[in-house]
Ligand binder design. Structure first.
Ligand SMILES: Cc1ncc(COP(=O)(O)O)c(C=O)c1O
Length: 385
């Protein structure tokens, strides 16, 4: 298979995707909640089509995501939109096809109230004011968060201005990122139960967001207990909308070593990929998993990306054998927030996209071209470019 793949490449493994989706489906069924997928994690067509076979709907963040999901996955899935920006024209374009809309603030709701189809169920994003993410850039509950109405204000509005909540039939929260246990999930659910019990008695549904890597969790008891608070105590329909849990493991980035030279105290290996293709490596400064890397192996290299950015590096990795020019490097667990955040800084092309089918065969899905780069740069007459 390796020979068939032109690097840099993104390879989606259908087998892994299906097993991680099956796990999510099973846990959602055990909890009797509805399973949505957040396409922001990965919106490649092959991923969406596979995901569609296992989920009840899609939790989109923009009109483009909505349109893509609608076109690729047909009309049988429920479509949800949650975003700090919702334009009237989006609501007009989707009309009753938008099944659930989550508004981000009560002022947004006030302005959109008249523009929402009577078939669309409207929820309010609530900030539960329970922070579990250390990096504030990824913490929806940071001080002065732009994401949702704080739960304390919601409690207050419910008592002092209930008319402002008219038409709201659901709540939505999302307050974690890549978590591998559900302690914080249960803590958040209990907090919501304790602070706004009267609101929960008035509504019909609640969306508990994403942020948990279900496939790395050993015990789901706290997840089931949290869902039961809303389902059993308050009789609500419950949704979850994971992204990374569905797709993180199924994607690899494949690269080739193009140069090796001496650094101050370790060799540098230049690859034909870059942090452009894995932007969270740069944002979080974490070292991605590399196939064949061994702790304290005899041959060490800084694996470096191919752009002019000094910080375009992946970290120091050791191997049992020396790398040579032309060696292949596989970055593991790259399915989430890679292709959806990839860009062409320095004019480096996006990875070629492949799917490894269940029978092991590999299909090329898309190759990035100079024309794509030129179009992005505003060139309209590609032939003359
Ligand atoms: C509102 C909302 N829902 C769901 C998700 C998906 O989160 P994850 O991919 O961590 O499961 C996100 C991610 O940012 C989000 O902002």
């Amino acid at each position: 298979m390796a020979d068939k793949i032109e690097t840099p490449a993104f390879v989606m493994d259908e087998n892994t995707l299906q097993s991680d989706l099956a796990l999510l489906r099973n846990v959602a069924d055990q909890a009797s909640c509805k399973l949505l997928y957040s396409p922001k994690a990965c919106s490649l067509s092959t991923v969406l089509r596979s995901v569609a076979r296992k989920v009840d709907g899609f939790a989109c963040s923009s009109p483009f995501e909505l349109r893509l999901v609608d076109q690729l996955c047909g009309g049988s899935h429920s479509l949800h939109l949650v975003s700090p920006l919702i334009k009237r024209e989006t609501l007009a374009a989707f009309g009753e096809r938008l099944n659930y809309l989550t508004v981000n603030s009560l002022s947004q709701w006030e302005r959109l109230r008249g523009a929402v189809s009577s078939e669309t169920k409207v929820g309010l994003r609530v900030n539960p004011q329970r922070s579990f993410v250390r990096d504030p850039r990824y913490d929806p509950c940071q001080q002065n968060s732009k994401l949702g109405l704080s739960i304390s204000r919601l409690a207050d509005r419910f008592e002092t201005a209930p008319a402002s909540l008219r038409g709201i039939t659901g709540l939505h929260f999302h307050n974690n990122c890549d978590s591998t246990d559900f302690t914080s999930f249960l803590e958040t659910a209990r907090h919501i139960r304790d602070v706004i019990p009267k609101v929960l008695r008035q509504i019909e549904w609640i969306n508990l967001g994403g942020g948990y890597l279900f496939n790395l969790v050993a015990d789901f008891a706290e997840f089931y207990a949290a869902v039961a608070i809303f389902r059993e105590t308050f009789g609500l329909e419950v949704f979850i909308e994971p992204g990374a849990a569905a797709v993180q493991r199924c994607g690899t980035i494949e690269a080739t070593v193009h140069d090796i030279f001496d650094g101050d105290d370790v060799q540098i290996a230049i690859l034909d990929t870059t942090v452009n293709h894995m932007s969270e490596v740069f944002e979080f400064q974490f070292e991605p998993d590399v196939l064949g890397h061994v702790d304290n192996g005899p041959y060490s290299y800084i694996l470096a990306g191919c752009t002019c950015l000094a910080g375009d590096t992946f970290g120091q990795y050791s191997f049992d054998r020396a790398l040579t020019i032309g060696a292949k490097i596989t970055f593991l667990n790259m399915g989430a927030y890679t292709m959806s955040k990839a860009h062409r800084f320095n004019g480096v092309s996006l990875p070629t996209i492949y799917t490894r089918r269940l029978d092991g065969s590999v299909d090329e899905i898309r190759t990035d071209s100079f024309d794509d780069f030129a179009r992005h740069a505003g060139v309209t007459d590609i032939a003359a470019a």
